[in-house]
Write a protein that binds this ligand. Structure first.
Ligand SMILES: C[S@@+](CC[C@H](N)C(=O)[O-])C[C@H]1O[C@@H](n2cnc3c(N)ncnc32)[C@H](O)[C@@H]1O
Length: 214
């Protein structure tokens, strides 16, 4: 069992999310991230949050954009448990679901896709397939893709890596730079336009890229 899971057991759900919130603020300002995202999410967007996890970032994003709704998918069975019940009418949770399973469900197609702090948890050898699946989904839905990641090479990046590696217990964690992410997307999506949103300037080493198909 990872240190993270053991701490969750000892503290219980409520206290763990409180402590977790404080702990996470060392690495990321969720408010700044939400503001940055809210400025580039299309109007009345239906968002597919891939790898949404506990959903804590949605508590910052959803109050800023009352016109949007979210479907969250994740490989895990317990997801969305940090999201306030205030937003339950705008949130659909699909646990144990990857991108291909989502497509088979014929669920409402997204106009925007968010992939936040997920890529660095996908083993390097699995990233090509992950992006191919996203590209297929974007080709059908014409969705705008927002990717939030952590630039390596900074003190906070190192700390974040160590936390993922030894507290969350992810043995395959590997940060991806803006340059590498850009190259990976260019290689898989030949028809893309990539832009960088202002998050890096505002909340280094966190960064946010947007990708659209031409
Ligand atoms: C660090 S959490 C990020 C959670 C949330 N997006 C956030 O920013 O707080 C990474 C999540 O991605 C999920 N994940 C990893 N690979 C995935 C995949 N191929 N499809 C869906 N979810 C995935 C993991 O199960 C985990 O819940």
């Amino acid at each position: 069992m990872s240190i993270g899971s053991a701490t969750r057991r000892i503290l219980g759900k409520k206290l763990f999310s409180k402590v977790g919130r404080g702990y996470r603020s060392i690495f990321i300002d969720l408010n700044k991230t939400a503001i940055c995202m809210s400025e580039i999410i299309p109007r009345n967007a239906h968002i597919l949050d891939i790898g949404g996890g506990d959903g804590e970032p949605l508590n910052y994003l959803l109050p800023l954009r009352r016109d949007i709704s979210v479907t969250m998918i994740d490989l895990k069975s317990a997801i969305g448990n940090a999201v306030s019940t205030d937003y339950k009418d705008r949130l659909v949770l699909l646990p144990n679901t990857d991108i291909n399973q989502f497509r088979l469900l014929n669920h409402r197609p997204p106009s925007c896709i968010i992939v936040s702090d997920v890529i660095h948890h996908i083993p390097k050898e699995g990233r090509k397939k992950f992006f191919q699946d996203i590209h297929e989904l974007m080709a059908i839905s014409k969705a705008r893709l927002l990717i939030k990641e952590i630039e390596p090479g900074y003190f906070i990046s190192r700390l974040s890596y160590l936390s993922d590696r030894f507290i969350s217990g992810d043995k395959k964690v590997s940060l991806i730079s803006r340059k590498e992410l850009h190259q990976t997307i260019d290689m898989i999506f030949s028809d893309n336009i990539i832009n960088e949103a202002g998050l890096f300037a505002d909340n280094k080493p966190n960064y946010l890229l947007t990708v659209e198909l031409k």
